[in-house]
Ligand binder design. Structure first.
Ligand code: NAP
Length: 505
C-alpha cells in the first residue's frame, strides 16, 4: 500500500484502500487509503511550520530552491519514468509529464530570481488619495497564512503536482497535495526523491495519498484549494462549507471541449500544421490531456482532403504496450477511465459516424483511437456536451465563416484552449475576438509559425491556463499572475514617501 507523507513522516492508512491498477493488463499493483490519518493535523502542520519557513525567505531564495527541485527531477528522470509505467504511459508520454514538471519549477525559479530580494509584491504605483500630495494609497500583495490544498487529476501526476506547487511555493505558501489515486505512485516517487536529497524543508509539502477523507473540513479562511478534475467533483467543492461558509479560495480546472478550426484559406503548410496538432492530441497520452482537441471544425468543402490527411497520420500511430519502442499510444490510465471512454465514444458514434477507427490490443485498459464526423453545427448532438477523455475526436463541418466557427466553438460552454489555422488576418481577427470571451488561451496557427509551435495541447508556465464556464472558471500559471491566487491584495493608505521606503524590499 502507498503511504501518505504527513507532518514529516510517511504514514499508512487503515483498511484495504482503493486499488491501483496496471493499465496494461488491469491487474492490481498497489492501493491507497487515508482512513484513520490525521489530515486536518496536516493542514495545521503546513500553517504552523511550512508557512513561516517560506515566508521568511525572499523571492530570490524561494526561486533558487525551486531550481534545485527542478534539477533533481531532471537528474532522476529515468527512475520517475519507471514509476509512471503502470499508468499506461509510453516513455514519450512520461517525459512530457516529468519534463513539464521540471520545466515549470525551473521557470518559476527563474521568475523568483528576477523578483529579487523582496518579500512583498507591489500592485502598481502609489495612487493619489483625494487632493493630497503626500497621503497616498499603495496596493501590496502578501502571502496568505494558510495552506494551499492541491487536488490533482490522474493524467499528469508529476506536472500536476509541480505546476501548482511551484506557484504556491514562490508565493510563500506551503502545500498539501492530493494526487489522483489511480496514478499516485509517480507523485509518491517524486516526493520520496526530494526528501532523500534533503530538498524539502519541514512542512512545505505534504502528500495525501488516497481518498480526500475529511481534509476539506479543516480548510479555513486563509487556505486556498486548487482543483483539477471533473465538473462533478468541482460541483461538490463549490458547495463545500470550506468555501461557502469559511471563505477559502477555490480555483477550478475542469472539463473542456477544445476546438481546432481550419480556416477556409488554409494552404498546404497551414493545413499540415493543423493535421499534426489534431493527430498529436488524439495519440499523445492516449488523448488524456485536458487541453486535447476534441472538436475539429473543417469547412464543408475541405472535409474530404482533411479526412485523408488525418487518417494518413492516424494510421501511422501504433497502439500497444507502452514499454515497446515502436508504440506511440498506450492504454488509458485505469479500468474506470476505459469504461468512461468506451461508453462516451458509443454516445458520440450514435450521434454521428465513424470516419476511422484504429486497432488496439484486446484487454487491459486499451481503447481503439476513433475519429468521428458529426453533422449539425451548433445543433449537433452530444459532441458539445460530453468530453470523452481518450484518443477520440470528432470532425464538424461548417460553412467556413468566422461567425459560424465562433458559434460552434462557444457551444462547448467555455474551454481551456481553442485553435485556429489561417493566414487571413481579417478572418483570424474575427475568430480570435469571438473565441476570447469563451477561452483562457487561443492558439493561432499559420504558415510562418507552422514548425515553431508545440501545439495547443502544451501548457506553458508563462501563459495562463484555465478557462471560463465548463472549464471551471479558474486560472493557473501565467507567470507572476498565477501567484495572486495565493496572495492577499491590500490597499495601504499612508505617507507616500514612507511607504516607498517601507516597500522597497
Ligand atoms: P475526478 O474524479 O474529479 O478526480 C480529480 C481529483 O479529485 C482526484 O484527485 C480525486 O481523487 C479527487 N476527488 C474525487 N472526489 C472528490 C471529492 N468528493 N472531494 C475532493 N476531491 C475529490 O476527475 P477524473 O475523472 O479523475 O479526472 C478527469 C477529468 O479531469 C477530466 O474530465 C478532465 O477534463 C479533467 N482535467 C482537467 C484539467 C485542467 O487542467 N482543466 C486537467 C486534467 C484533467 P481520487 O483519485 O482519489 O478519486
Amino acid at each position: 500500500m502507498l503511504e501518505s507523507f504527513l507532518c514529516g513522516r510517511w504514514v499508512r492508512g487503515e483498511g484495504v484502500g482503493t486499488p491501483i491498477h496496471d493499465a496494461l493488463d488491469g491487474s492490481v499493483v498497489s492501493s491507497a487509503s487515508t482512513a484513520g490519518l490525521d489530515l486536518i493535523g496536516a493542514l495545521d502542520h503546513a500553517r504552523s511550520v511550512g508557512g513561516p519557513t517560506l515566508r521568511a525567505q525572499t523571492f530570490a531564495q524561494r526561486g533558487a530552491w525551486l531550481e534545485a527541485l527542478a534539477k533533481s527531477i531532471f537528474a532522476g528522470r529515468d527512475a520517475l519514468v519507471d514509476a509512471s509505467r503502470h499508468g499506461g504511459t509510453t516513455r514519450g508520454d512520461a517525459k512530457f509529464d516529468i519534463d513539464g514538471a521540471a520545466g515549470t519549477l525551473a521557470w518559476y525559479g527563474a521568475l523568483g530570481r528576477s523578483l529579487g530580494d523582496r518579500t512583498v509584491l507591489l500592485d502598481g504605483p502609489p495612487e493619489p488619495v483625494l487632493r493630497s500630495a503626500r497621503f497616498a494609497g499603495q496596493h501590496i500583495f502578501t502571502p496568505r497564512l494558510g495552506a494551499a490544498v492541491h487536488i490533482n487529476a490522474f493524467n499528469f501526476p508529476a506536472w500536476g503536482l509541480c505546476e501548482k506547487a511551484a506557484v504556491a511555493w514562490l508565493a510563500g505558501v506551503p502545500v498539501v497535495a492530493k494526487p489522483a489515486t489511480a496514478t499516485a505512485p509517480l507523485a509518491v516517487a517524486l516526493v520520496r526523491r526530494w526528501l532523500d536529497e534533503g530538498l524539502l524543508p519541514e512542512g512545505v509539502l505534504q502528500l495525501v495519498v488516497g481518498n480526500v477523507g475529511d481534509l476539506l473540513d479543516g480548510v479555513g479562511a486563509q487556505d486556498s484549494v486548487a482543483f483539477t478534475g471533473s465538473a462533478a467533483t468541482a460541483e461538490k467543492l463549490r458547495a463545500h462549507a470550506a468555501v461557502v461558509v469559511r471563505g477559502a479560495r477555490l480555483n477550478v480546472e475542469a472539463d473542456s471541449l477544445n476546438v481546432a478550426i481550419l480556416g477556409p484559406d488554409a494552404d498546404e503548410d497551414t493545413t499540415r500544421m493543423f493535421a499534426l496538432d489534431c493527430v498529436r492530441d488524439m495519440t499523445q497520452k492516449a488523448g488524456q490531456k485536458c487541453t486535447a482537441i476534441r472538436r475539429i471544425l473543417v469547412p464543408q468543402d475541405r472535409m474530404d482532403d482533411v479526412v485523408e490527411a488525418l487518417v494518413e497520420r492516424l494510421a501511422a500511430a501504433a497502439v500497444g504496450d507502452p514499454a515497446d519502442k515502436g508504440t506511440t499510444t498506450g492504454p488509458v490510465a485505469s479500468p474506470a477511465q476505459r469504461e468512461a471512454v468506451v461508453s462516451g465514444t458509443a454516445r458520440l458514434v450514435a450521434a454521428g459516424r465513424v470516419v476511422w477507427r484504429g486497432e488496439a490490443p484486446e484487454g487491459g485498459c486499451f481503447v481503439a483511437p476513433t475519429l468521428l464526423a458529426i453533422d449539425g453545427g451548433v445543433g449537433a448532438p452530444v459532441v458539445h456536451d460530453e468530453e470523452v477523455f481518450g484518443p477520440v475526436a470528432s470532425l464538424l463541418p461548417y460553412d467556413g465563416s468566422a461567425k459560424e466557427a465562433v458559434a460552434i466553438a462557444a457551444r462547448g460552454g467555455g474551454g481551456l484552449v481553442a485553435s485556429l489555422y489561417s493566414d487571413e488576418l481579417a478572418w483570424a481577427r474575427e475568430v480570435i475576438l469571438g473565441l476570447a470571451p469563451w477561452h483562457g488561451r487561443i492558439h493561432w496557427g499559420s504558415r510562418k509559425v507552422a514548425d515553431q509551435s508545440p501545439g495547443p495541447g502544451t501548457v506553458l508556465p508563462n501563459l495562463v491556463h484555465g478557462g471560463p464556464g465548463r472549464a471551471g472558471g479558474g486560472e493557473e500559471l501565467g507567470g507572476e499572475r498565477g501567484l495572486r491566487f495565493y496572495l492577499q491584495r491590500t490597499a495601504v493608505m499612508g505617507d507616500r514617501a514612507m511607504m516607498e521606503r517601507m516597500f522597497a524590499s
